[in-house]
Design a protein around this ligand. Structure first.
Ligand code: ATP
Length: 488
């Protein structure tokens, strides 16, 4: 069986995947730290994304832009004026909520009660009001729906206001000379302002893409659901530059590719779905989310957006620098080169942390097993992480059966032979069963046991995490065996 979110959160803490930030000071809301196993898992996910994007595509190259950018960037992108969420306060509890989230939760309740039409009407109405910026209408909808504050159970709401999500700080030592800058709320703009630098230096021709992984910051009002919504998080984005008029095909192409990637990474097809946006962001011509079914419902893990020439044109206007590409290919209709244009952009934007959470939720398994025989037979619950070996924090754990007879030395030899290729660990403490359990809990796919026979014939037992079966194998075959398992 699968775990609840509460199971996942406590497992993540106990086994070194995710800790609350600044926990000894009672934590900082919606900010989290990755522990020893978490950082390995997250790095593996990021590396696989990076490889799928850059190594597998001749026409996609990487970039690592700074978090700080010239303040005009965010004016051009529309974030200074338009990157906000509608917030509402409850007067009794003095708690702040996102108005759209209150309404979405209400729609989900209707859906749960079988009132599908009611849920749909509510979402459509909300979309209409938000698009036309009718904030009074949004408040009225909250009142009409008789939504109460979850804490004080009252419907005593303030007006709805727009709340900008960008964090700001100052650059410059002296207050008077300093200027206001922002922590980037998305990594995309670092790619757009470098579009020509990359295109020229990497000698790319349209269509081509720029991939980037990096931190982004948003002052989210609703901070809940663990690492699903954080104030500091990591994005993995591809901006793909295409000839105007071809964006529709590329949008479909990347939609298919990205969904397939999540399936290959181990998220089952029936727990993934596309969700078209009712309300488009200021930059978007078309937008779809890839959603995964978390224990708390289907939620976005990645967005695919057809951004048109919005961003490059805006940067061209504000920077007064041409953001054009010369396309020497011949247009069959005119018989002439396509010439100069501002390319259109198709974006795929995934959250590394949301992918991490989805992976963890998917991997978490509890099963009832029977151990021992006859009088000693007992049933117990086994918890393990069924992670793909490619993403597992530890690929193999090496155990000397006992701490004597040369077994630890032999185990060290194996450890030394494998450590350059894989992240392996050695464990001598406790009974073998306990050692297996510890590895199951962090998702280690293989446990290698050195026993008496090993000293005679250089074979070991390999215990498999998912089936708990053991196979005997020559030490010389271990590298190829693990290598095969951790590759796609
Ligand atoms: P949401 O509607 O959930 O706020 P969004 O539509 O604003 O997300 P995008 O701006 O499309 O998100 O960002 C792309 C991706 O970045 C999302 O699919 C998500 O995986 C990730 N992401 C966005 N905001 C957060 C956050 N606060 N915490 C963690 N990941 C985030």
């Amino acid at each position: 069986t699968e775990g609840t979110l509460a199971n996942i959160v406590s497992h993540a803490k106990e086994y070194g995947f995710v800790f609350q930030s600044s926990e000894i000071y009672d934590g900082l809301g919606a900010v989290y730290d990755y522990g020893p196993n978490g950082v390995e898992l997250k790095n593996n996910l990021k590396q696989l994304w990076w490889k799928a994007m850059t190594q597998l595509h001749q026409n996609v190259v990487g970039l690592d832009a700074a978090i700080f950018m010239h303040p005009l960037t965010w004016k051009a992108s529309g974030h200074v004026d338009g990157f906000s969420d509608p917030m509402i306060d409850n007067l009794d509890s003095k708690k702040r909520y996102r108005a759209d989230v209150l309404l979405e939760d209400r729609a989900a309740e209707h859906e749960k009660n079988g009132e599908l039409a009611r849920a749909e009407t509510l979402l459509a109405e909300m979309g209409r009001l938000l698009t036309s910026e009718d904030l009074a209408g949004v408040r009225q909808l909250i009142i009409d729906e008789q939504i109460v504050c979850p804490i004080s159970k009252t419907g005593n709401w303030t007006e709805v206001r727009q709340f900008n999500l960008m964090f700001s700080t100052q650059v410059g030592a002296v207050a008077e000379d300093s200027s206001l800058i922002y922590l980037r709320p998305e990594t995309a703009q670092g790619i757009f302002v470098n579009f020509l630098n990359v295109q020229k230096s990497a000698r790319q021709k349209v269509p081509f893409g720029i991939a980037q992984i990096g931190k982004a910051f948003r002052n989210e009002i609703v901070a809940r659901q663990f690492i699903f919504r954080m104030r500091e998080f990591e994005q993995m984005e591809l901006q793909f530059f295409v000839r105007p008029g071809t964006e529709g095909e590329w949008y479909e192409h990347w939609k298919t590719m990205r969904r397939r990637w999540h399936e290959v990474m181990g998220l089952p097809a029936d727990k993934l779905r596309f969700h078209d946006h009712d309300k488009l962001a200021h930059y978007a011509k078309a937008a779809v989310d890839i959603e995964y079914e978390f224990p708390f419902g289907f939620k976005e893990i990645e967005g695919i957006h057809s951004r048109g020439d919005f961003d490059l044109t805006q940067h061209q206007t504000l920077s007064k620098k041409k953001q054009q590409y010369f396309d020497a290919d011949i247009d069959p209709e005119t018989g002439k080169a396509y010439g100069n244009y501002v390319p259109f952009v198709v974006e795929t934007s995934a959250g590394a942390d949301r992918l991490f959470l989805a992976t963890l939720c998917q991997a978490y398994q509890e099963e009832t097993i029977t151990e021992g025989e006859g009088d000693k037979e007992q049933t117990k619950t086994r918890t393990f992480l069924k992670l793909h070996p490619a993403v597992a924090p530890v690929k193999a754990a090496i155990f000397p059966l006992v701490k004597k007879d040369g077994m630890p030395e032999k185990a060290t030899e194996i450890f030394n032979a494998l450590r350059h290729d894989f992240r392996v660990i050695m464990e001598e403490r406790d009974a073998i069963g306990k050692r297996y359990t510890r590895q199951d809990l962090i998702g280690t796919p293989f446990c290698i046991v050195v026993d008496g026979q090993t000293l005679e014939d250089d074979t070991v037992t390999v215990r498999h995490r998912d089936s708990r079966e053991q196979t005997r194998m020559p030490i010389a075959e271990l590298r190829a065996y693990i290598g095969e398992a951790v590759s796609f």
